[in-house]
Design a protein around this ligand. Structure first.
Ligand code: MGD
Ligand code: MGD
Ligand code: MO
Length: 762
């Protein structure tokens, strides 16, 4: 890694956080021309009377929302509260074909959408349309579909509970459970796998538990970038001596050391807090093997000294221990080391830390959920916790780090392509219609239905579906075949440009903005990663007088598509969101009784989490030890030339929203067209740092999938592993290559081959 580095690449020496973070906030506010309003907005993020930060789903301390500094929350707020505007004059100044050549950054950087638009094929441009006209045309198109299952209703996880509830109500009244949603690309393995293990598809810990944990395992997530407010929690834990153990193929700086911008001593002395007590660079996709090794070592400790596993808990609360122990016993260290990329001694060391910690929390993110066999991987994490009764007591439990700020809430209020019978029955009881019973489509199934022509329309509540999804070649083509696409959005993105026969762009309010309806100012509600539901109040002036709230837009489409006899007073609901919450409470009485009352408490209320009280809503009534399925074993099929590519978020992006071209903590600036690789693998392949290579998918269907001309950056990574940025690497992801149980694409273990195309400039 010596000599001349590629342009824009260096080794980042400092800690995460610190002055760099403060500078970045100032920069984000200036770039988005939000200096005055944006700075005021920032101070209201996560305040009792302010809005929920649209940045991530990490909860607020003690749920009282004291101001917490967060660089990436600031970027999210600045991006939404920008003074840049993209009206019909701005967007219509370019043809759609021309806009398609722009970068993802440039498209969104046009600014906030200000009026409804319709695509005009005769001039290949978007032009303005009135709201009523748009609703009438969309409604007519939807109503004319021969089968409601020909429509797809996508939700990205930013919408409030109120908007999401109306959205699912509209689609179910219309007659379909086709709810592909961003969860299907994200934490679906959590939602699918944890119910079989512990009866609940959500995390079990609360923020307070982090004050009592003796060990915190961080597996496959990057909080310094994606959940920055979590760094305060991890830093506090590290400082009081809790042992933080990381499993991650990349060395992520924030997990190594962090300087809190709120700590005057660290800021002035340029010091930092070490975070990870041990950092294990597991191979991409090697977590099941690593967990198996850890459990094997825990069982060996139990055999040697006893008192390591919690036998009383296992006897009273679980099933399946013997079968799991036998499977682990039968798995050899050689295989564990080969697949995990970790040495037996490392896993034994981690096992000692685990065995000696009275209480352990296990946190995980996309590094676990975006693989073949991801559901099984989630269950292995749970097995590890169950061995020592690490759930349902202070300082212990499972902590999936959710993605979008309200993705969990969207699910809770009914965005589910596989709804429970109880929910469907409840909807029938409350609304008097029989909702569709057949399961609907996930994201990948929706794409397949669009490809096949069996899905003809798409309604998107936020998001950038086609760019987030796998295989853009297939997905883009599928989109262009649609008869109708409707996008409810704040900013222009590439999915909006994949125009079909009729395409509408309906601009909505964001979280930061005042939402006034017939009865006055409205509040919305959201659920964080730890199942706390609380109110969010926007306060900025809306980006334009001609944009509407998400609930109002959904209601407008619903009324037009379903006609006057739907039995639902759409406009009455929009007039006063309390009424929407009353209906949510009626459909989900166990979770949301007295909804409107309970959100008046600052910080809101916690939804019931039976597993946190050691009540197991599984078929057996016990927590289940579940066996690994082996799906993840040897995805390279024994071919050493096949590398496993993982995809990452940079520090300057929010999913497909690219704020800027830098990735500060990984030492990359001004570019994203790089691929990180282990120097020994490069040497073996005859490739040097700075060379440009093509990556081609090694999948057996022979279709050509490639990304070209990426510049190689040498990095400390396990052998056989590569890393590149999402979404640039998405052309390599095959639709069929996904976790079988959850349908989540294997975005984080893509088998690829490297081909040298140009040597580094001398
Ligand atoms: N600023 C910002 N905040 C965000 C987002 C954003 O894009 N920007 N996105 C939001 C959303 S929707 C989500 S889902 C979350 C995502 O939050 P994260 O889960 O943190 O997201 P990623 O960057 O995809 O990857 C996480 C980490 O997994 C590691 N990893 C990759 N492959 C493997 C593997 O095989 N095993 C293990 N153990 N680790 C692996 C990577 O090195 C990386 O450090 O963040 C949310 N918050
Ligand atoms: N290779 C690879 N692919 C991935 C991933 C990965 O790690 N690697 N991660 C996956 C994950 S975890 C996820 S969650 C998906 C993300 O998939 P999506 O949720 O579909 O994508 P986003 O980029 O979050 O959507 C951005 C758009 O949302 C709109 N928007 C922003 N705020 C609002 C709002 O308040 N209301 C409305 N209506 N619209 C708004 C804007 O128009 C913006 O352009 O991507 C997935 N794709
Ligand atoms: Mo996500």
């Amino acid at each position: 890694m010596s000599g001349r580095r590629p342009k824009g690449v260096k080794d980042y020496g400092g800690p995460a956080g610190g002055w760099g973070a403060l500078r970045a906030v100032a920069g984000a506010l200036t770039d988005q021309e939000t200096v005055v309003e944006g700075a005021a907005s920032l101070l209201s993020a996560n305040q009792p009377d302010g809005f929920d930060c649209p940045g991530c789903a990490w909860p607020d301390p003690k749920h009282t929302s004291s101001f917490e500094f967060c660089e990436n929350g600031a970027k999210a707020v600045a991006w939404e509260a920008t003074t840049k505007r993209a009206g019909a004059d701005v967007i219509g100044a370019h043809t759609v074909s021309e806009l398609l050549t722009w970068s993802d950054h440039a498209l969104e950087d046009l600014g906030r959408l200000t009026e409804p638009l319709v695509y005009d094929a005769s001039c290949d441009r978007y032009r303005p349309i009135g709201w009523d006209d748009a609703f009438a045309r969309i409604g007519a198109k939807l109503a004319a579909l021969p089968d409601p299952n020909m429509a797809e209703f996508y939700a990205s996880g930013r919408a409030s509970n109120e908007a999401a509830f109306l959205f699912q109500l509209m689609a179910r009244r219309f007659g379909t459970n086709n709810f592909p949603d961003c969860s299907n690309m994200c934490h679906e393995p959590t939602s699918v796998a944890l119910p079989d293990s512990v009866g609940m598809g959500k995390g079990s810990v609360s923020l307070e538990d982090f004050d009592h944990a003796d060990a915190i395992f961080c597996v496959g997530h990057n909080p310094g970038t994606n959940h920055p407010r979590m760094m305060t929690t991890l830093r506090d834990a590290a400082r009081r001596g809790a042992r933080i153990v990381v499993f991650n193929p990349m060395k992520e700086r924030a997990l190594e050391r962090f300087a809190s911008p709120q700590d005057p001593v660290e800021m002035v002395t340029l010091s930092a807090t070490p975070i990870a007590h041990r950092y294990y660079q597991v191979k991409v996709g090697g977590d099941v093997a690593a967990m198996t090794g850890l459990m094997k070592a825990v069982l060996a400790l139990e055999a040697a000294r006893g008192g390591v596993i919690d036998r009383a808990f296992i006897a009273e609360h679980t099933q399946g221990y013997e079968a799991l122990a036998a499977t682990i016993e039968a798995t050899g260290w050689e295989e564990i080391e080969a697949v995990s990329g970790l040495a037996r001694a490392q896993l034994e060391e981690a096992a000692v830390i685990y065995a000696e910690a009275p209480a352990t929390i296990l946190c995980y993110g996309m590094g676990i959920t975006q693989h073949r066999g991801a559901s099984s991987a989630v269950q292995q994490l749970m097995n590890l916790l169950l061995l020592r009764g690490n759930i349902g007591r202070p300082g212990a439990g499972i902590c999936p780090l959710r993605g979008h700020s309200n993705v969990q809430g969207n699910r809770t209020v009914g965005i589910a392509e596989k709804p429970t019978q109880a929910m469907l029955d409840s909807i029938e009881k409350v609304f008097g219609f029989t909702p569709p019973q057949a399961h609907g489509h996930t994201v990948v199934e929706a794409i397949e239905a669009m490809q096949a022509g069996t899905a003809r329309t798409f309604v998107g509540l936020g998001g950038n579906f086609a760019v987030a999804a796998p295989d853009p070649t297939a997905t883009f083509a599928a989109f262009r075949k649609l008869d109708l696409a409707v996008h409810i959005a704040t900013k222009l993105n590439r999915t909006h440009l994949l125009v079909g026969r009729e395409t509408y762009l309906l601009p909505c309010l964001g979280r930061t903005e005042l939402d006034r309806q017939a009865t006055g100012r409205q509040v919305v509600t959201v659920e964080d990663s730890m199942s706390m539901v609380h109110a969010s109040r926007g306060l900025n002036a809306p980006a334009s007088e001609n944009i509407r709230s998400e609930p109002a837009i959904v209601a407008g489409i619903a009324r037009a598509a379903l006609g006057p006899d739907s039995g639902i007073d759409w406009m009455g609901l929009v007039a006063d969101y309390d009424r929407i919450r009353d209906l949510i409470a009626a459909v989900f009485p166990d979770a949301f009784a007295d909804y409107n009352e309970r959100i008046k408490t600052p910080g809101g209320f916690r939804l019931p989490l039976p597993h946190a009280d050691r009540v197991w809503k599984t078929a057996s009534g016990k927590a289940q030890f579940l066996l690994p399925t082996g799906e993840e074993r040897d995805p390279q099929r024994g071919d050493k030339a096949v590398m496993l590519l993982t995809t990452l978020r940079s520090h300057d992006q929010y999913n497909t929203t690219i704020y800027g071209m830098n990735d500060r903590y990984r030492g990359v600036s001004g570019r994203r067209d790089v691929v990180f690789a282990n120097p020994h693998d490069l040497a073996a392949a005859g490739i040097s740092e700075g060379d440009r290579i093509d990556l081609t998918a090694a999948f057996d269907d022979n279709a050509e999938r490639a990304v070209r001309g990426f510049t190689v950056v040498a990095r400390e990574l396990p052998r056989g592993c590569l890393a590149a940025y999402y979404p640039e690497a998405n052309p390599l992801v095959v639709l069929a290559d996904r976790d079988q149980r959850s349908g989540t694409p294997a975005y984080k273990s893509i088998p690829v081959r490297m081909t040298l195309v140009a040597s580094a400039p001398a």
